[in-house]
Design a protein around this ligand. Sequence first.
Ligand code: IVH
Length: 680
Amino acid sequence: MKIKNKNVILNEYKKKIKLLKSHNKSYFTDDSPKILDSDYDQLKKQILDLENKYPFILNKYSSINTIVGAPVTNKFEKIKHLKPMLSLSNAFDKNNMIDFIKKINNFLSLSSKNLEIFSEPKIDGISATLIYENGILTRGLSRGDGIFGENILENIKTISSIPKIIKGRNIPKLLEIRCEIYIGKKDFESLKDNFANPRNAAGGSLRQKNSKETAKIPLKYFAYGYGEIKPMIFKKQSEFLKKISEWKFSTNPLVKIVNDINDIENQHKKIDSIRSTLDYDIDGIVYKINDLALQKRLGNTSNSPRWAIAYKFSAEKAVTKIKDIAIQVGRTGAITPVAKVEPVTVGGVVVSNATLHNEDEIERKDIRIGDTIMIQRAGDVIPQVVSVDTSKRDKSSKKYSFPKKCLCGADTKKELSKSTNKQDAVRRCFKGYDCKFTAKEKLKHIVSKEAFNIDGLGKRVIEQFWDLNLIKEPSDIFRLDYNKIKKLEGWGELSISNLKKAIDKSQTISLDKFIFSIGIRHIGQENAKILSSFFGSIKEFTKLFDIKNRKKILVNLVDLDGIGETQVNSINNFFSNITNARIIKDLIVELNIREYAVKNNDGKFSNKKLMFTGGFKNMSRSEAKAIAENNGGKVLGSISKKLDFLVVGDSKPTKKKVEQAKQLNIEIILEKDWNNILNG
Ligand code: IVH
């Protein structure tokens, strides 16, 4: 037998560790595993086997047991972005795009004819932001969590095509360029063994501690937008890109101004058809309102701008067979059927599970165990079953009968929607924390990026700690027995100390994130913000625990813009449940929940409460409300003594509201006064 030399073994070991770390990051940080759990375990075992067989490895490297999850990222200094780096909302078909245009026109009170939309490929790389002061590159940050980025300036400087000094005329004193950094498909060929895809490779290389390592990788970029610019000299997105291209920034050539849905569809098809010939990965087209003044009026929701959308390319497809249908329980108790399929590669990833959405979907498509099906996978979304090939169906196959009980044994139910008066397509378990399957999913939600954002405590670790009875409910996270964890395989001093730090850090949380985290059905991030602005402090929020207070509060909540009957009922149900109440109270004890900071304290309506009635000539009601909120005001939905102003639009105001306001001595702002205030 040939005996391997030491260097060969060390290289083999190094390669496997690198691969493991990249999968850790995909799983723990990006929540987007690239391989099957069993393959991951296999890789880990191979590494441990090497360590056992060749102990000299451990003279050079520390054991795999010290690695768990993605490292807490204290490698780089954290710096607050001048403006948040948001995400984009997605469109998947023509109808989604029609809706996008409709919403924009409604918000701006425009007719669609004159809307100029700028289209750009959506580059599938790593986003970064470049800050130039007086034309000199002074900062380079990664996206981070969108609010704080990591200082990766030295690594960014290794990208030769990024200007370090801008040469040109009229360069703003402060210029922040947003860009997407990528590795060309050809260049990726030589890195294939160490990374799952070009995107991972670009991310890994950008976040090297030693910029000399980054310099070895041929990184490229496309600039697509801006953060802060002072003074602002641009009027259109197209003009901005043209100018920065003159200033020697790399911009994408496949851009086009489009005007209507037909142009949008044509451009989408055209770029999709040449997609595979490009040297960089793109996963869709970003459509942006070209006029920057309109972009400003449209503003952002909590996560994404209203003025842009990513129209994704349709998913890659493959044919396989259903081996079985299993049931999964989500954090809201939703019962999701999952097809266990014969493993098949779709878009470079091996797929063995595909969602079947809900009972109605199975019924409608008459999906059965043993069926030959077409599945599709788009981006990070869970693969879906698209269609069934009934011609290949076995004669003996039987209709699938959907289980009526949850995995916990409780009865499940389809609700009747109050707003549509239709039965929900989704069957649910209503036991909440009393169902251990729902409870585990709620915990995964609590630790997720958008909620408590605990590095190193991802879905996989929650599973592990759940099975070991270390975490059964949220407050357990803050009372972890680290001595027990120390004894577990895969946990070393460093990983435990990192986990501890991440958990300690998460104990201080803003009220809106807390409300979002506790997982009240129908309360997403946006609604959590609305609620936290209403309650202001955790003290006020906890009044919901008391039934009498709750009733009074809920009456007022219906009046909030964005909160409807569905949300109010859901809040009521959530707090009426004794287990929920106890669990949330126990959690609150462990936390330092920050009061909700009013967005703009120096705004024109700072700390004032406004209500709107009637329509406005120059803006939609949504825009008027957004303006009030952006200026520090709170918008209410009903007349009460608390109100400071009733803003009355010229078109069909409700007379009764105006009269009530007058009786309560509430100041009335007429449409012309409103316009004067905004312009003043
Ligand atoms: S515009 C979100 N344009 O996609 C603020 N983004 O999912 C407006 N991206 O963070 C973004 N190509 O990193 C925009 N042509 C393009 C893009 C692009 C890639 C990335 C970017 C952003 C992410 C949002």
